[in-house]
Design a binder for this molecule. Structure first.
Ligand code: P6P
Length: 334
């Protein structure tokens, strides 16, 4: 008997008391928005949704038409439900307050509406990443500072990968579960429960073209992987780099591995490329809930106190023993 996402969330709420009704409703709406995004993505050229939108986002990156479409789908799906106070997106400079014509809720939703945009036009997997925080008690309105909470404060986090299958991966702090979209039924069905990442791996994911820019600990770790079984590690490693964090993380959740987007000296004042609030934090919580680890090379990502909505961070996540080793190399490098 297949279990739908809706039934799974009701059981998480009713039997385990793990999530309140308002959060369950929010997650149902986000899942429905991901279904709509999947539909738009799958149309591709037939839907006239490929190519650039001719604009730039707050990150100074060229926006693809699908970036904007996905952002609009998430805003429109979530603004009226009454469970949110505000939203934040990679594609919008400032936070989006729920319009006064709708009831205000107690949750804050953050998202990268379509991560991996450079892969859209070449038909490689992309995805939506989302994170849910509770609005701090007390203050009546909502401001950007309400979003600046450590990743360990998240109450839900997930992503939806638009690949050969459309799969929603979710944690509410009770492990990680995967739901595959059944297009005939139009519903997400539970396909993998209590995902566990192997603590060891023979596979690393990093953009090797940046090697000359890396800091010493990262160079040391990758060099040892490349030395293979004749080297210190005593085993051969494989490499993958999809340039879609959602797809790389999904592979790591499925078979282990270590994903690295480290600081490099191209822009020394930038801690890394990936964004803390709506890429690193949700992915780090998911990875930790699946028995993995996630640091910025020096500290647990979920412990980082955010200073700005779009701040970036160096990311090393995945199989625990590998992440610990890379983090140890950073500590020894002081
Ligand atoms: P590069 C996509 O643009 C993204 O933010 C992540 O999804 C991905 O891991 C990374 O950037 C790819 O970066 O420099 O290899 O293109």
């Amino acid at each position: 008997m297949s279990i739908s996402l809706s039934r799974f969330l009701v059981e998480e709420q009713r039997e385990k008391g793990h999530i309140p009704p308002e959060l369950r409703l929010l997650l149902e709406v986000v899942a429905r928005a991901c279904k709509s995004i999947s539909h738009a993505v799958n149309k591709g050229a037939l839907g006239g949704v490929l190519g650039s939108a001719g604009s730039e986002n707050v990150q100074g990156e060229v926006q693809k038409k699908l970036d904007i479409i996905a952002n609009e789908v998430l805003i429109e799906a979530n603004e009226w439900g009454g469970h949110l106070a505000a939203m934040a997106s990679e594609e919008m400079e400032s936070i989006y307050l729920v319009p006064n014509r709708y009831p205000q809720g107690e949750y804050l939703l953050l998202f990268d509406p379509l991560d991996g945009s450079s892969n859209i036009d070449v038909n490689v997997s992309i995805g939506t990443i989302f994170s849910v925080l509770k609005k701090p008690e007390g203050n009546s309105g909502v401001s950007e500072s309400d979003f600046l909470q450590k990743g360990e404060s998240q109450v839900a986090a997930g992503y939806c990968v638009y690949g050969p299958q459309t799969t929603l991966v979710l944690t509410v702090g009770d492990g990680v579960n995967m739901f595959t979209l059944d297009r005939e039924q139009g519903s997400f069905v539970l396909t993998q429960e209590k995902v566990q990442i192997p603590v060891d791996t023979k596979e690393f994911a990093i953009n090797m073209s940046n090697m000359r820019h890396w800091d010493t600990p990262v160079k040391r770790y990758i060099d040892e992987c490349l030395e293979g079984k004749e080297g210190l590690r005593g085993k051969d490693f494989n490499m993958r780099w999809i340039a879609s964090m959602v797809a790389d993380v999904h592979r790591i959740l499925t078979r282990g591995g270590v994903f690295m987007y480290p600081w490099d000296k191209r822009e020394p004042n930038k801690p890394g490329k990936l964004r803390l609030m709506y890429e690193a934090n949700p992915m780090s919580w998911i990875v930790e809930q699946a028995g993995g680890a996630s640091t910025n090379g020096r500290e647990r990502i979920l412990n980082i106190q955010p200073q700005a909505l779009h701040e970036r961070v160096s990311v090393i996540l995945g199989s625990k023993n590998e992440v610990d080793l890379v983090t140890k190399y950073h500590a020894n490098n002081n």
